[in-house]
Design a protein around this ligand. Sequence first.
Ligand code: AMP
Length: 590
Amino acid sequence: MPPPDAARYATIHKARSTFAVAPNLLDYGAACAAFSWDRARKDLSDLPSGGLNIAYEAVDRHARGPRAERVALRWIGKAGERRDITYRELAASTNRFANALQSMGAKAGDGVFVLLGRVPELYVAMLGALKAKCVVSPLFSAFGPEPIATRMEIGEARVLVTTEALYRRKVEALRERLPKLDCVILVDADQDGEGTLSWRKLTQASSETFEIQATDPQETALLHFTSGTTGRPKGVIHVHEAVVTHYMTGLYALDLHENDRFWCTADPGWVTGTSYGVIAPLVHGVTNIVVEAEFDAPTWYGVLAQDKVSVWYTAPTAIRMMMKLGAAAVKDYDLSALRFAASVGEPLNAEAVVWGMEAFGMPFHDNWWQTETGGIMIANFASMDIKPGSMGRPLPGIEAAIVRRNSDGGVETVSAGEEGELALRSGWPSMMRGYLHEEARYKKCFLGEWYLTGDLARCDQDGYFWFVGRADDVIKSSGHLIGPFEVESALMEHPAVAEAAVIGKPDPIAGEIVKAFVALRLGFDADEAMRKELLGHARKRLGAAVAPKEIEFRVNLPKTRSGKIMRRLLKARELGMPEGDLSTLESDER
Ligand code: AMP
């Protein structure tokens, strides 16, 4: 059966004569046949002291060469203030921070957590910590205290870089849960405080020369958090070798060229914002545009025009918000520098791909990957004919398949057009190396040579992949992956709550919103005041990005005989879909 979107929109053909710049990936078949990861690695420099270090590839090798005076980061602040930081300056400031970390006793492998908005110190802290061979874990600054503390507990944070306000509001009260946290560095504090250090004092006192020590490519570099259906968030381990994937995907999926100005709109608190908002553009030595403000269409169009962005990597929720305002709103801006627009993170509607043509004169190029894969795996690359609604084709070096588990406990690939689980043959450099302290959960992701992604998809006869849905209960809201268990646990902390179940409810802009079903304890009234109280409680604990937007009260929640709440049934009922197999349903009072 052809994917539903395929029939509705014609394929967008790319005539070679229309390319303003020859795409890096012109001959897909030849590139795939000739590709090897060893060869890709040769395009990078080895670390002078030995091995491979992400920060050396992203910063120092440019600072020591002809790109030294090129703008590495163009920072545009919330109030419109601007700062250009060259590769030479970025090398110096990251060196200072690496020295500062070492002077505080931070060692290779220590966890450095960064809880900041998109300010220059975020980039300096991440790259400086990588130079010191610490393990960097960026946290989304819109998280509430609970997700922050949980992740810092799991990741055994030793250092936290944040602001005075974020620290006071979100971390200070939970510090006793973090016994290993011995340095809190505040980027906006002029003086050291009780249990906190001033970034300014620390970095000013540190030397701006630093030699990165030999780094085994298999040493842990990054710890990103992701969520599953059950249990606490998973700490996804990535190693320095991941930079080879960041480089390759920057080249082929994002089509980065020497003089590009690149803008990735994702926050580094999520994996896209790290792999493509920090690492890939810098590894390519291009100018990386950083916009501190949240989405606002005129601001965004202004950045695209004024800063002559040539390659733009954004997300479906933002595209849908722009669509709502209409293509006419774009016409006042000179976007002639824009050459390539890509999208990631959640399903990109076929309409949105086509709308890109109307508004920007080019389709949005959807691509697919996840925290565990560390980099883009499947993409609509620049030279490729686009079937609107498809995620594209696997990049060179990536083998993707649609598989089904068979009765022998193995997997078999399904025929073209059939639905199954999206699987990738293991072995690319940015593949996760584990879930921290969760070996069993990690092992469950693999069957033989295949890494099973947890996504359901189809592959058509032309080798294009089409997203169908998730195989589990995680929620994608505005591109952010949210684990239902984390939200349910926060709701359960409230004394009025007896049971809670959380689902993703389809939303035309955000993709899904978090909706909670709650059964109250005896003696509490399921009224409007209680709904507001619970929404407020969840928002305070979890932060706005994670908290439920809707709460519906139930007398109790449908459960299996073993007592597990059936989220799927709640979701099916919410959507008016078939309820499926109810043979295990034990109790259900609506
Ligand atoms: P995360 O680990 O937070 O980056 O989320 C990864 C998940 O987001 C994937 O497993 C998919 O479910 C979803 N996702 C990412 N990119 C796409 C895409 N292009 N189309 C559909 N879903 C996507």
